[in-house]
Design a protein around this ligand. Structure first.
Ligand SMILES: *Cc1c(COP(=O)(O)O)cnc(C)c1O
Length: 419
């Protein structure tokens, strides 16, 4: 399937719309299933391979349950994400906890749930030992201070990045923890976000495998797993193409066989992909409310930046299909806007689209990651519902829309709001 084609058509959306009015998110279960299968195939050469889905990308119970059933663990970044996974019965070593600037309570909860803690800072070693004692297994987040791919707006350059520790700090942390009794070590690094450069994982693997060798040779510590984390991108623009994950897995295998196998080292590869697994399989469906022409042509929809922040936040490009008009030639340029009193509340600027009419349904592609979750409530806009298009064609509500009652819930300190 071409990344611009859709797993549904206008008729299907009109049918869904009778029960669930727009705007809504719609996820394509089969797309996610296929993507996980490809990822597992790509790394099937590594016996301990596991994907720990980055919960922050799409923190919805149905998505997490689906991925867990497909064999994935989870990577949590916060207390709420730990609690969410705990509710779903995803605990112990099915969870990696990767946080930064972490409050003590979050380490305590992670420890209590038995999650693998991924330590962001050497300065946190003593803090962690103080608040939770000696962990049996620990992962350390490394920041080599150099870029292996072109930095972009999401991650920036690694010397400025707030994540991870220097090589010297990894060594001193491993030394200290090993002396205190930690048995199992992992090394983690995330040096890119949304990169389509196929060389990223192989280059990162080379970096981390070399570090594993150095750790063994200087400290006598054998690393049990290497966590390549996330960062693999998806094609948002029509002219971009998806990475070939099989090719990437194979390139990582060659580096493993070059650096580790001759040394008799066998370790597990972990990934924490978020965007790659769900991004292309989520859609924001919205209806055209108004057309407006001043010095430009505007097309106002019933969604806003509150539903999807990426375009307003980083000028992100989201491909837009006018449903039922896929085959029509572009009729002109539109700014596709929401209703916030913010001029950056635009899903697209000067976008070539077929002739659009009030009532047309627009689909924003590739919002299955960092879509719903980055929403907010400016001007009291209510967060939209999420739906799952199951493999059998049925549609399931997987999160209801916010209500005004939800929005006013924190006003229950006032008698007027306590009803
Ligand atoms: C955000 C994040 C991920 C997932 O990143 P993607 O770009 O969505 O693949 C993985 N690991 C950590 C630690 C993260 O913060």
């Amino acid at each position: 399937m071409n990344h611009l084609s859709l797993p549904f058509d206008l008729k299907k959306i009109e049918m869904i719309g009778q029960q669930y009015p727009t705007p809504f998110y719609l996820y394509d279960e089969q797309g996610i299933i296929n993507c996980v299968a490809d990822l597992k195939r790509a790394f099937s050469w590594n016996r301990g391979f596991r994907e720990y889905f980055a919960v922050k990308a799409t923190p919805n119970p149905a998505i997490l349950k689906l991925l867990f059933a497909l064999g994935c663990g989870v990577d949590c970044a916060s207390e709420a994400e730990l609690m969410l996974c705990n509710r779903l019965g995803i605990i112990q070593e099915d969870v990696i906890f990767t946080s930064n600037d972490t409050p003590a309570e979050e380490y305590q909860l992670a420890r209590q749930l038995g999650a693998i803690i991924n330590l962001d800072a050497a300065e946190h070693v003593d803090y962690l030992l103080d608040c939770v004692g000696v962990p049996e297994t620990i992962c350390l987040r490394y920041n080599p201070g150099k870029d292996v791919v072109t930095p972009n707006v999401i991650m920036g350059d690694m010397k400025s990045a707030k994540f991870g520790m220097t090589k010297a700090q990894v060594f001193s942390s491993v030394k200290k923890l090993a002396a205190r009794g930690t048995k199992r070590f992992g090394i983690h690094a995330m040096l890119a976000s949304n990169t389509l450069e196929a060389s990223y994982f192989p280059m990162l693997a080379r970096e981390l495998f070399s570090l594993v060798l150095e750790l063994r040779d200087t400290l006598g510590v054998t690393v049990s797993f290497v966590d390549l984390a996330g960062g693999i991108g998806i094609p948002y623009r029509p002219e971009e193409t998806a990475v070939d994950i099989l090719e990437i897995g194979d390139a990582v295998r060659r580096i493993y066989e070059e650096l580790l196998t001759p040394q008799g080292i066998e370790l597990s590869i972990y990934t924490e992909l978020g965007r790659f697994l769900t991004g292309p399989y989520g859609y924001l469906v919205t209806t055209v409310l108004h057309l407006k022409e001043t010095y430009k042509r505007f097309l106002g929809v019933d969604a806003s930046a509150c539903d999807l922040l990426r375009p307003a936040m980083y000028g992100a490009y989201q491909y837009i299909t006018v449903l039922g008009k896929e085959q029509q030639a572009p009729a002109g340029k539109y700014d596709v806007t929401g209703s916030l009193c913010e001029n950056n509340d635009k899903f697209a600027v000067d976008r070539l689209l077929p002739r659009v009419q009030v009532g047309d349904i627009l689909v924003m592609h590739d919002v299955g990651a960092y879509g719903h979750t980055m929403g907010f409530n400016c001007s009291g806009k209510l967060r939209p519902k999420e739906l799952m298009l199951r493999s059998d064609g049925s549609v399931e509500l997987i999160r209801r829309s916010q209500t005004i009652k939800d929005l006013f819930a924190t006003f229950d300190i006032y008698p007027e709001f306590r009803t």
